[in-house]
Every structure is written in C-alpha cells, then in structure tokens.
Ligand binder design. Sequence first.
Ligand SMILES: [Zn+2]
Length: 201
Amino acid sequence: MGFKNLLLFFVAFINFQSPFFLPINNTNRKKVSEIQLTEIGKFGLIRKARKTVPSHIHTGIDIKRPNKNYFDEPIFPIAKGKVISKRTDGPYAQLIIEHEINNQTFWTVYEHIAGIKANLNEIVSPGKPLARFMNTNELNKYGWQFDHFHLEILKIKPIQITPDKLHPDRCYNSFSLICYKASDLEKYFYDPLEFLTEHLD
Ligand SMILES: [Zn+2]
C-alpha cells in the first residue's frame, strides 16, 4: 500500500464514526431501539383539535424519559449544529437547531423541554446537554401530558418570524400546526426514527 492509499484508508477510517447520536442519555446513544415513544407519540398520527389548536398531524415523535430521573434528565442535540431559535415559555419551551453535515442541511426541533442551557446562535454538539426533561414541579404545574419531549427533523428551513418582547430569541417557527395531509408531512419532515436509523452508524 503506497503512502497515498494509506492516507485515504486512514481518512476513511476516522470518518467511519457517524456524527449522529440519540438525543437522550441511555446506555447506548447509537441504538435507535433504545427510544421509547409515548402512547400517542408516533410520527404521522392524526391529532384531534384542542382548545387553541386545530386538528393536525403529529409532525415529530414524543420521546419518553429513559428512566425515573424526574430531577435533571438531560436532552442532547442529535448532531452538531447552530441554535437559530429559542423560546423559554414554560411547556412550549423550544429550541430549533440548524445542521450542515456531509453536505446535507436539515433542522431539528426540541420541544416541551426545560432548563435550557444553550443560547441563540450558539454551536451545540451531541456531547453536551441542551436542556432537560421537565422535572416533577414543572409537570405538576403544566400537566403530566408533557412527561416527554417532542423531536422533529425538518427537510425545509423553518419559517422566519419576528421575535417579540415575550419571546426575544424566537426567530423561527416549525411547520407543526400547518400539516393536515400526508403530503404536507412528507414535504416538510423526516420521520425521526427512520432518519436516526439511517444516520446513526
Ligand atoms: Zn409531540
């Protein structure tokens, strides 16, 4: 093997490890089967209308807390990226991250999270927690239906919005509540479990 071939081999070897990880702290952050969804947490489920929300398709997955830690259970980004939007209003707290990996641009949304540690425009990586699951006090306050976090993976850049006084770092909105047909879902979103399965190894 010549020097050039040896070098190519080495480059291939160091690139072998995928830069993607599960967003939760389980024993193996490379194994999609470790993700447990809530009962109505599947991608593409039809969600009934609620008081302030029209009937729509569930555009992400609802990931269960991986254990009984109701204090500080961490949530991580699935890959390196830049925080482009942040809201911190209680049960609707949300981060949107823009990723550019192997010439593919995509966006991830983390919602119903708490204790956000990342700032707007910060570069985040999967080794460091972004936020955590709601703790017991927060769930008692906002409702135990939020005992999960909602993850979306977007194919298309989210909708730019103007931040306001209440949400000074909220710069983008997802397409979550404007998906009424399977074709809308397909246009804007990846199925997170499929996406992770494809990219984890
Ligand atoms: Zn959800």
